[in-house]
Write a protein that binds this ligand. Structure first.
Ligand SMILES: Cc1cc2nc3c(=O)[nH]c(=O)nc-3n(C[C@H](O)[C@H](O)[C@H](O)COP(=O)(O)OP(=O)(O)OC[C@H]3O[C@@H](n4cnc5c(N)ncnc54)[C@H](O)[C@@H]3O)c2cc1C
Length: 569
């Protein structure tokens, strides 16, 4: 049962909220973790999308790998329709937010949050993005002990190399780039992803020679079968905490529950932050009001400290709807790693000379297992997808219209833009000889970009978020430069055809809307509201240079928990 008051209430059990809950629970504080979405793989909610189930969970005894297997299938389409930003009850609609153009905000509700979708890439920030860009009030060195703590719990390890990574590394080396062998990346170069995915079972290294089962306990660890964007339920049959991808639901959530001091209440959408203002003082947070998404009933809970971890769109939305004091940076400075896709296609005979086989087979291996870092510009990473997602990312959307409308002229790609009809069929029929590179740029925080709330449109949780994002000339230049490097790597790896999408802005990584140094101080406590902290990616002062952000968001959340303990307990 949920009590009336706690030492700490954390709003949001996504990538970062459970980290703060774990650390505070370990220190002996009583913690309530409120989550708007469902809790999959928990005996309290055997049918999480059909019935309201229990009220809360406080024990790892509730966690069940078998139940998670039942709920997380290997059918990509089914899972993508399940892992969405909306209530557990799928008879009701999504939670709406407005984003400009053809792009989308990719987030997920539920215990684990958007890490249910994430592909486990867990690199650190580029030190220069923290120490040299002038956005941060802390140094990179301050994060190092917390990176180590997070990486240990997430079991971060270099990703395994399969054909697509081999091709990428070959192209990068031939293009003159160096191999990078450091967690703290200061120079451009290529390397395997530091991944929060357990290494593949040793048996799977025996090329084609393993003919046993692919379920636990025959295989342990990763099964090299993609599936991370769709939740990755591998290996099937494994206990809850033995799943290969260390998303926060299988890593930090069990760790938090194991402290015996943390209660998780899913299906609870926070709608207000309660404050009191002692005479002459600034307001102080005293608790949270939340709405049960099944019953529609609003309840409230008191706390010594309140920690917002609802993600970089909903945290500022909650702040604005709670009518907390505003400064000019609340909700502002959104970065999304303004991205693009560059695809390479090979001839079968060329591949045979390079790989010893006529196909790349991007569906084998991990989704994202090779990367190229360029501090100051951003990064590139190989992406393995099924043909459906690959077609959407690579060919389905473009800011420059259809490919036939664009003349690539002297560009390093042969085609650019959206594909349709015979051309799309021709390229997709070569899916097994295709390698996709995701371009992730180091876009910078601009005040015009970010979250406001609508004056005209509300849902059951208040005025909806309106999101603005428009890259600057510098952001576009960094992305163009990276796309050119991607094309060169593909050519050097032997690609016969290179295609650039020129993708519209899509919020894949969402950060920096409640920036440290602008809205929250160096401990991530709000400048204008005492006892109110932010512990999600919105507190990041910028987009960490373009590196995948979750390791840094989690490290910062762990640090924030330590600062909370120092200041108030
Ligand atoms: C397809 C995909 C692949 C990705 N791959 C990677 C990767 O490989 N590496 C990487 O570093 N990053 C990756 N990311 C991004 C990564 O998942 C996010 O950066 C990370 O999860 C953000 O953590 P967060 O805590 O800020 O937000 P979230 O994980 O989004 O968590 C916020 C939580 O708060 C809940 N919530 C929202 N509003 C409320 C409210 N009012 N009350 C209660 N609860 C609320 C939400 O339901 C959610 O569970 C990927 C993202 C996507 C979409």
């Amino acid at each position: 049962m949920v009590a009336e008051s706690y030492d700490a209430v954390v709003v949001g059990a996504g990538g970062d909220g459970p980290v703060a809950a774990w650390k505070l629970g370990e220190a002996g504080l009583s913690v309530l973790l409120l989550e708007a979405g469902p809790f999959y793989g928990n005996e309290q909610w055997p049918k999480p999308n059909e019935e309201s189930g229990g009220e809360a969970s406080s024990s790892t005894a509730d966690l069940s790998g078998d139940l998670l297997d039942e709920q997380f299938t290997t059918r990509e389409f089914e899972m993508i329709n399940k892992l969405l930003f909306g209530p557990a009850d799928h008879e009701r609609g999504f939670w709406f937010r407005k984003f400009p153009g053809d792009g989308a905000i990719l987030q997920c509700a539920g215990v684990g949050g958007t890490t249910l979708h994430y592909t486990g890439c867990h690199p650190r920030a580029y030190p220069a993005s923290i120490d040299e860009q002038g956005h941060w009030p802390i140094d990179y060195a301050d994060l190092l002990p917390y990176y180590r703590e997070v990486e240990k719990l997430c079991e971060v390890t270099p990703a395994p190399v399969t054909a697509k990574e081999e091709l990428f590394f070959r192209g990068a080396a031939r293009a003159g780039w160096e191999f990078v062998d450091d967690h703290n990346v200061t120079e451009p170069g290529y390397r395997p992803q530091p991944n929060a995915i357990r290494p593949p079972d040793a048996k799977l290294h025996v090329d084609g020679g393993y003919d046993g089962g692919f379920t636990y306990p025959d295989v342990r660890g990763d099964t090299l079968a993609l599936g991370n964007i769709a939740g990755n339920p591998h290996p099937r049959g494994a206990p809850y905490e033995e799943k290969a991808k260390r998303a926060s639901n299988v890593s930090f959530v069990p760790a938090a529950l194991r402290t015996g001091n943390v209660t998780i209440r899913p299906n609870a959408f926070a709608t207000d932050v309660r404050t009191e203002t002692p005479l002459g003082d600034s307001p102080a947070a005293t608790g949270v009001a939340f709405r049960d998404t099944w019953t529609g009933r609003t309840e409230s809970v008191e706390a010594e400290v309140v920690i917002l971890a609802a993600g970089a769109i909903e945290t500022p939305r909650l702040w604005l709807n709670a009518d907390l004091p505003r400064n000019e940076w609340v909700g502002r400075g959104l970065t999304i790693h303004f991205g693009d896709n560059v695809m390479g296609l090979w001839d079968g005979t060329d591949l045979e000379g390079i790989l010893g086989k006529r196909t790349i087979d991007q569906h084998q291996g991990q989704d994202i297992a090779a990367r190229f870092d360029y501090p100051g510009l951003g990064m590139l990473q190989t992406v393995g997808t099924g043909p459906g997602i690959g077609a959407i990312l690579g060919f389905g959307a473009s800011a420059s219209g259809f490919a036939f409308q664009n003349d690539p002229d002297d560009a390093p790609w042969d085609t650019m833009g959206r594909l349709a009809g015979a051309e799309l069929k021709r390229l997709l029929s070569d899916y097994r000889r295709m390698l996709q590179i995701l371009v992730v740029s180091d876009d910078r925080p601009h005040q015009r970009n970010g979250v406001t709330v609508s004056e005209a449109l509300s849902d059951e949780h208040g005025p909806i978020p309106l999101v603005n994002y428009e890259p600057s000339r510098g952001d576009r230049q960094r992305r163009d430069e990276l796309a050119e490097i991607a094309a060169e790597i593909l050519r050097e790896a032997g690609a016969a055809h290179v295609h650039r999408s020129d993708s519209p802005p899509t919020a894949l990584h969402v950060h920096s809307t409640m920036r440290m140094g602008k809205v929250v101080d160096e401990a991530c406590e709000a400048y204008d509201v005492d006892r109110l902290f932010v512990a999600d990616h919105s507190a990041l002062s910028n987009g960490v240079g373009g590196a995948n952000p979750t390791n840094t968001g989690q490290a910062l959340a762990a640090r924030t928990a330590d600062r909370i303990l120092e200041r108030y307990f």
